[in-house]
Design a protein around this ligand. Structure first.
Ligand code: SF4
Ligand code: SF4
Ligand code: SF4
Length: 458
C-alpha cells in the first residue's frame, strides 16, 4: 500500500507519531502504521505477519475515508473562512515614524530606512490621522490590538511616538480591548524618557542585535564605518535592568549562518531571555545546499540547548522554535500574512499605506494615503490563490505557503513560493515538531506546564 499524503513522521523513544499536514492533527500511531506510512515494505514483512499488515492497512483506509491523512488545501479554505475579504478587523497599526536611520546596515531591506522614498519623519498631524483612521476601524469585539513603531530607526522621532502613545491612551476608554505597544529599534538611542515611556506603557521592545561583535560590527555599522555593537550591547543591558518585556533579533547573512548558535548563546549570557533570528533574503543573497545543512545543524544545537534549559527551569529561549511549538500546540496556523488579510495598516511617514511593513515603497502594494477623502485599506487588490506546489507539502498550515515579500524578491511574483523560504521553513518546522514531541514523551510534567503557558498566552 502506498499513501500519497501530506504528513510527517517522528519516532521518539519507541513511540511513533504522525503529523497530518492536511488537518494539523498530531496522532500517536502504532509501529506497524509507521512502517506502512514510510512505505518500508521490506521492514514490514520482516517484523509483522500478513494478517497484521492487512488489518493495519484496512484501519488506515477507514481513517483516510474519514479525512485523516487525506485532506488537502486546508490553508486556502481556512483563509476563506476566517481571513477572507469581508472580515474587517484592523487590529494592528504599523507606523513608520522615522523613515531614516543612523546606521548603515549591510543587509537593510529598508534601503537604509528610507525604503527608497524620501528620508523623512512622520509629522504629528499625519500620525493623528493614521491613529484616527485605525481607531475608527478597529473591530468592536477585538480584545488585543497592537501598535507597532518601526523605521528606519523609530526612536529618532521620539516626539511622535510619545504623541501617539499619549493620544491613544487618552482614548483608551472608547477602545474595547487591550492596547499593546511594540517597537523595533536598533538600540543605539536611549535616554531616561525613553525608558520611562517603555516602563509606563509596558512596551514590548525588540532590539536588533546580532549577538557577537564579529558579525554585528561587520553588518551593523554607523555611516563612519564604526561598528555599533558596544553601544547597542550597553543600551540593551541598561534596558534589561528596567524592563523584562525585551527580546533580541539576530539577522544573519549567508556567511554568518555558522555563528548562529554562538550569537544566540552570547545574548542569553547577556541576560536576554528570548532571542530570535532571521536569515537575510535579498536578490544578491544566494543560498546553497551547504548553507541549509549548516542552518539545520545550528538550529538542532539550539533545540538541544533549549531542551536542557526548559528542563532546568532556565528562561533562555530560542524564540523561533519556542513560538513554532506554541503554534503547533494552539493550532495557530500561518494565516496572518497582511497581504492577504484586511487587518493591518502599515503607514509610511507621509501617510501612504501598504499591505505589509516590508513592502513600504513598493508601488504595486500602495493602498492609498490617509489624507485621501476616500482612503480605505479594506479593498486590497490581492486575493489568496491556490498554490500548486504547496498542496502536497506537510507544513502548509504553519508556513502560510510562503511570504509574498520573499516571493517577490526571489521570483518576482507574490504567488510563487521562494525555494529559500521553503528550505528555511521546513528546517524550523521539522526541528520544532521533534522538540515538541520529545518534551511530550520524555518530560510529561514539563509538557503540561508548557501547554498551559501556551494556551494562556496565545
Ligand atoms: S537599523 Fe534597521 S533601518 Fe537602520 S540601516 Fe539597519 S536595518 Fe536598516
Ligand atoms: S509573510 Fe511576508 S508579506 Fe506577509 S506579512 Fe509577513 S513579511 Fe509581510
Ligand atoms: S511555501 Fe514551500 S514550505 Fe511552504 S507550504 Fe509551500 S512548498 Fe511547503
Amino acid at each position: 500500500m502506498k499513501v500519497n499524503s501530506t504528513f510527517k513522521l517522528e519516532k521518539i523513544n519507541h513511540r511513533y507519531f504522525a503529523f497530518d499536514g492536511g488537518t494539523g492533527n498530531i496522532f500517536e500511531i502504532s509501529e506497524i502504521l509507521y512502517e506502512i506510512l514510510l512505505n518500508r515494505n521490506e521492514k514490514l514483512t520482516e517484523k509483522f505477519t500478513v494478517e497484521e499488515i492487512e488489518n493495519a492497512e484496512k484501519g488506515l483506509l477507514v481513517a483516510m475515508n474519514n479525512g485523516i491523512l487525506s485532506e488537502q488545501n486546508l490553508l486556502l479554505r481556512t483563509y476563506q473562512k476566517i481571513g477572507g475579504k469581508n472580515v474587517h478587523s484592523l487590529n494592528t497599526l504599523f507606523l513608520n515614524v522615522a523613515q531614516k536611520c543612523n546606521l548603515k546596515c549591510s543587509y537593510c531591506f529598508g534601503k537604509g530606512g528610507s525604503y527608497g522614498l524620501q528620508q523623512e519623519m512622520m509629522s504629528i498631524d499625519t500620525a493623528r490621522r493614521c491613529v484616527d483612521y485605525w481607531l475608527k476601524n478597529i473591530e468592536e469585539k477585538k480584545q488585543n490590538i497592537v501598535v507597532s513603531f518601526f523605521g528606519g530607526e523609530p526612536l529618532l522621532n521620539l516626539e511622535v511616538i510619545e504623541f501617539v502613545v499619549q493620544y491613544i491612551n487618552s482614548k483608551k476608554q472608547s477602545i474595547n480591548g487591550n492596547v499593546k505597544y511594540m517597537i523595533t529599534t536598533n538600540g543605539t538611542i536611549l535616554n531616561n524618557s525613553i525608558i520611562e515611556m517603555f516602563i509606563k506603557n509596558d512596551f514590548l521592545v525588540s532590539v536588533s542585535l546580532d549577538g557577537i561583535s564579529k558579525i554585528h560590527n561587520k553588518n551593523r555599522a554607523f555611516a563612519s564605518g564604526k561598528g555599533s555593537m558596544d553601544l547597542v550591547a550597553k543600551n540593551t543591558k541598561k534596558l534589561l535592568a528596567h524592563i523584562s518585556n525585551l527580546n533580541c533579533q539576530i539577522t544573519l547573512r549567508r556567511e554568518d549562518i555558522p555563528f548562529l548558535e554562538e550569537a544566540v548563546t552570547a545574548l542569553w549570557e547577556m541576560g536576554v531571555d528570548k532571542v530570535y533570528s532571521n536569515i537575510v533574503f535579498d536578490k544578491n543573497e544566494i543560498y546553497q545546499e551547504k548553507d541549509y545543512k549548516e542552518l539545520k545543524f545550528q538550529t538542532e544545537i539550539l533545540s538541544d540547548l533549549m531542551y536542557q534549559h526548559l528542563i532546568s527551569g532556565s528562561k533562555n529561549i530560542y524564540g523561533n522554535i519556542f513560538d513554532y511549538m506554541q503554534n503547533l500546540h494552539t493550532r495557530n496556523y500561518a494565516i496572518n500574512c497582511f497581504v492577504w488579510k484586511e487587518k493591518i495598516a502599515a503607514f509610511a511617514s507621509n501617510g501612504d499605506a501598504y499591505s505589509c511593513y516590508r513592502l513600504v515603497g513598493e508601488n504595486d502594494f500602495l493602498l492609498g494615503n490617509v489624507r485621501q477623502h476616500d482612503f480605505t485599506v479594506f479593498s486590497k487588490p490581492f486575493e489568496k490563490q491556490k498554490v500548486a506546489q504547496c498542496q502536497n507539502c506537510y507544513c502548509q498550515l504553519y508556513c502560510g505557503e510562503g511570504c509574498p515579500c520573499e516571493n517577490l524578491v526571489y521570483n518576482s511574483d507574490i504567488n510563487i513560493p521562494a525555494e529559500e523560504w521553503c528550505e528555511k521553513n521546513k528546517i524550523l518546522f521539522d526541528i520544532s515538531l521533534r522538540l515538541y514531541l520529545k518534551i511530550k514523551v520524555n518530560e510529561p510534567d514539563l509538557f503540561r506546564k508548557l501547554c498551559k503557558y501556551w494556551e494562556e498566552n496565545r
